[in-house]
Structure formats: structure tokens, C-alpha cells
Design a protein around this ligand. Structure first.
Ligand SMILES: [Zn+2]
Length: 479
């Protein structure tokens, strides 16, 4: 398995610290709202990474944190509380907000086939406050942190490697200036906050520096070190986390343990919607729930995301989502066809020429080679579709044997272990529709327009509307 390491800017072989086992830390959600589809792209790519490693035979220890204390959470949860509310009431308000959106987050993950059971650890930041405090104390002892007015800051001048991940210009770093916000941009390369003194109207915890709360960055260092240890194989997030979040995680963790922490940093690219950055004011801001309300299949969304390479900017569109559904239906229909027995109609010589099992072995090899090469999903899917096309054509002429069909089904199942888009238990009705759409496609290919129209009418009678697309595929939806 090879992955693009942001630290070295090169595709590198993954060589796990423990043979056969990969430790993976992924930065989880900040639970103050529903995840939008850009957030979900990151979680989907990390799921793909985990499933690919597992498909290649590794055991994966996966830790994803839940950020349940942070600037935006406090802002949103404390609105509406009376100014004299006490600390327990402030904590209760924060927990009510984060519990609600944590539950919504896992519902969303579930509907795009990211099961909760797939994670080894799902720590909530508020359960690790003592570990954060002790980490900050160790940084203080090493001269890498200093307290000021009840807050504690990381001294970046004391850590010569600061800026390596994000390739920052150390010349431009401001000695002694500090920043309190959890999120800031590249223009503010400054000492960042590890512990924030409590301000009026905020929930707080006791600490050696007085009442306060952790900064966002220290949360991941504390949970990662506690649960996965001082050497981690892969750490991942969206590209927006490279600076400052991951840069700061490295400074905190390595500043404390005194040696490299993470071998490979892997980052997923952004998502645009209809060519523009997603924003509520542009009306192109979507959560998964918005898509489902418009009648889209969450697994088609999963497919739309995963069929693009994780390091390429993805331009999401409703048109693209319908295209993803059509592509997915072809695989689902093929699966259904292989489950059946086929009917003989032709010429046996063709079968020898094609060699279904040879073609299958080729496709399977190409599929895994592509995924092992920095998660090249477009190429992996291309090998799968070549197989679908070839074996559909073959099966038209002379049906595959039961054994051949079972071997093909076994590969589809194996491939679905990674893509999780064409499960064996997909709704029977969806599979029937997909199969009819595929028959109509074959009829059109044979210029049998009467048959194609008949199938369209048959589906219309069942409330299924077909939409032929420019690329020759067909999307469908319920009326
Ligand atoms: Zn993080």
C-alpha cells in the first residue's frame, strides 16, 4: 500500500510499525451542527482508506475523536442562558447541544455505510481533560509552554521543526505574539493557545492555571497519545487541517515525547458545489439530509464521492449525483444478473475466446493494484466496469456457468467490502428497477426501440421515471 504523505510531499509505501497492523488517527467532527457534504467527503475518504487497508490484509486500529468543547460549540450552546447561570448549567447546555449533534452525526455516517462498530476508539474530548492538563504540564516543564493571565500558550520559537508540515516560512513567524482562537489562518503564525482562561459566560474546568478549558489543538494530541500511543502510522484529515491544526498537533505531541509521532500524514481535498465553494448565502450548502429529502440515495452520494480521487478537488453537482446513481445501478443490475442463471442463446466458441475466469482474475488484480496505489478509485472502478461490460456481452451469447457466476459474485462482494455501495441485501425493488433499466439499455443498443419503449412504460406504470443522460446512461427516480 502506498499513500501520499503530506509531510514529504511524496507517495510512500505504508510500512506499519507493528507488522500487519496499522494505527490510524482521524480528526473527527466538531459537533455543533449537522455535518455538511464537504465534511462527509473527508469521513468517506478515511473510511475508504480503512477498508482498503483491511482488504489488503491489515488490522486497523482506528481512533476518531469527537470534539465536544471548542469555540463554536460554546458560542452556540451558551446563547439563551441567563448571564448568571452557574458552571453546571453551562456544562449541561453544552452537553445537550453536543449530544444531539453527535447522535445526528452517527446517523449520517450509518446511512453512507460508515458503521460505528468500525472504529476502535471514539473518544469525546471532554472525557480527556486530565490527559490534556498533564500534556500541557509536560510542555511547560520542557520550556515549550508558558502561562499568561490564566491561559497557557505553546512557544513556537522553542520547537525548530514548527512549520515543516505546512511548509511555513519561519522568517515570518512572530516571536512572542499569541493567538487565542481555535481557528486562524496562515497570516497568524503565532504562539497558539493550549489552555484558555475562563471568560464570563463560558463553562470551565479546574486546572493548575485556574478555571478554564482546553484549546482545540491539544485535544487531538492528548487523545491520540493516550489511545494510539507515541508512534502512529497514519494521521488524517481534510486539507484545511494541515495548518494550523495538524502543524500544532505535531508541535504539541513531538514537543512532549521528543521524537517523531506520526509516520504518514494523509489529507483529503475539498469539495465544491456546482463549481463554487459551498456557502449558505449562495444557496449551495447541503447536508446529507438535504440530499435525502430531495429523493437521492445516500449510497449514490457515497459512490459519487468515492469514484473521485481523494486528492483531487471534487465538483459536486446534482447532475453528477444522478450520474453516480446510474453507474451504481449498472453494477447492481450486473450483480442481479449473476445471481440468476442466464439463458443460452448463442455460440459457444465466443466463450473460449473470452475466458470469463481469466478476465475476472485480471480485473481483480487491476482493482486492488489501483487501490493500493494511493487509493486510485477511478482506476479501480474502471477495471470493474470493463469486467461488467465484457461479461454482460459474454452472458448474452452464452451464459456463464454457475461456478463462473459464483466466482464473479464473490469478487463483487469483495469489492463492495471497500466501496460498500452495492450490498447483497439492497432493496429487491431497486434491484428489479436497475435490472429493467439495464435490459432497456441492451434493447436500445440492439436498436430495438419498441422493446425499449415497452420497458419505459412498464416502469412508468410502477411510478418510476427514467431520464436518459447525455453520456448514454439512464438515471431513475420515483415519481
Ligand atoms: Zn485533530
Amino acid at each position: 500500500m502506498a499513500l501520499y504523505n503530506t509531510l514529504t510531499r511524496e507517495v510512500e509505501r505504508v510500512d506499519p510499525i507493528l507488522p500487519g497492523e496499522v494505527s490510524l488517527y482521524t480528526c473527527g467532527p466538531t459537533v455543533y451542527n449537522y455535518a455538511h457534504i464537504g465534511n462527509l467527503r473527508t469521513f468517506l475518504f478515511q473510511d475508504l482508506l480503512k477498508r482498503t487497508l483491511q482488504g489488503l490484509g491489515y488490522r486497523v486500529r482506528h481512533c476518531m475523536n469527537i470534539t465536544d468543547v471548542e469555540d463554536k460549540i460554546i458560542r452556540d450552546s451558551q446563547q439563551g442562558l441567563p448571564p448568571d447561570a452557574d458552571n453546571p448549567a453551562r456544562h449541561a447546555a453544552m452537553e445537550a447541544l453536543t449530544a444531539r449533534y453527535t447522535a445526528a452525526f452517527f446517523e449520517d455516517l450509518e446511512s453512507v455505510a460508515i458503521p460505528r462498530e468500525g472504529f476502535t476508539f471514539l473518544p469525546r474530548a471532554t472525557a480527556y481533560i486530565p490527559q490534556m492538563v498533564s500534556l500541557i504540564q509536560r510542555l511547560e516543564a520542557r520550556g515549550l509552554a508558558y502561562a499568561r493571565e490564566g491561559s497557557v500558550y505553546f512557544r513556537i520559537q522553542g520547537f525548530p521543526e514548527y512549520g515543516r508540515l505546512a511548509r511555513l516560512d519561519r522568517e515570518g513567524m512572530l516571536a512572542g505574539a499569541s493567538v487565542d482562537a481555535d481557528e486562524y489562518d496562515r497570516d497568524s503564525v503565532q504562539d497558539f493557545v493550549l489552555w484558555k482562561a475562563a471568560r464570563p459566560g463560558e463553562p470551565w474546568w479546574e486546572s493548575p492555571w485556574g478555571a478554564g478549558r482546553p484549546g482545540w489543538h491539544i485535544e487531538c494530541s492528548a487523545m491520540g497519545l493516550e489511545l494510539l500511543g507515541e508512534r502512529i502510522d497514519i494521521h488524517s484529515g481534510g486539507v484545511d487541517l494541515v495548518f494550523p491544526h495538524h502543524e500544532n498537533e505535531i508541535a504539541q505531541s513531538e514537543g512532549c515525547i521528543g521524537h517523531p509521532w506520526v509516520r504518514c500524514w494523509v489529507h483529503g481535498e475539498f469539495l465544491l458545489v456546482e463549481g463554487q465553494k459551498m456557502s449558505k448565502s449562495l444557496g449551495n450548502f447541503f447536508t446529507l439530509r438535504d440530499l435525502v429529502e430531495r429523493g437521492h440515495d445516500p449510497l449514490a452520494f457515497r459512490y459519487a464521492i468515492l469514484s473521485n480521487h481523494y486528492r483531487k478537488l471534487l465538483n459536486f453537482s446534482m447532475e453528477g449525483l444522478r450520474g453516480a446513481k446510474a453507474a451504481l445501478d449498472r453494477i447492481r443490475a450486473f450483480r442481479r444478473r449473476m445471481e440468476g442463471n442466464g439463458e443460452s442463446s448463442g455460440d459457444g466458441a465466443w466463450k473460449e475466446a473470452l475466458d470469463p475466469l481469466g478476465r475476472l482474475a485480471q480485473a481483480r488484480q487491476a482493482f486492488w493494484d489501483a487501490l493500493a496505489d494511493d487509493l486510485n478509485t477511478p482506476e479501480a472502478l474502471a477495471s470493474l466496469f470493463t469486467l461488467v461490460t465484457d461479461l454482460n456481452a459474454q452472458d448474452d451469447r452464452l451464459p456463464l456457468t454457475r461456478e463462473e457466476r459464483d466466482r464473479v459474485l464473490a469478487f463483487l462482494e469483495e469489492a463492495d467490502g471497500v466501496f460498500a455501495c452495492w450490498p447483497a441485501d439492497a432493496s429487491v425493488e431497486d434491484l428489479e428497477v436497475a435490472a429493467l433499466v439495464e435490459s432497456r439499455r441492451a434493447a436500445k443498443g440492439a436498436r430495438n426501440w419498441a422493446e425499449a419503449d415497452r420497458i419505459r412504460e412498464q416502469l412508468r406504470a410502477r411510478g418510476i421515471i427514467l431520464e436518459d443522460r447525455k453520456d448514454g446512461s439512464t438515471a431513475w427516480h420515483r415519481a
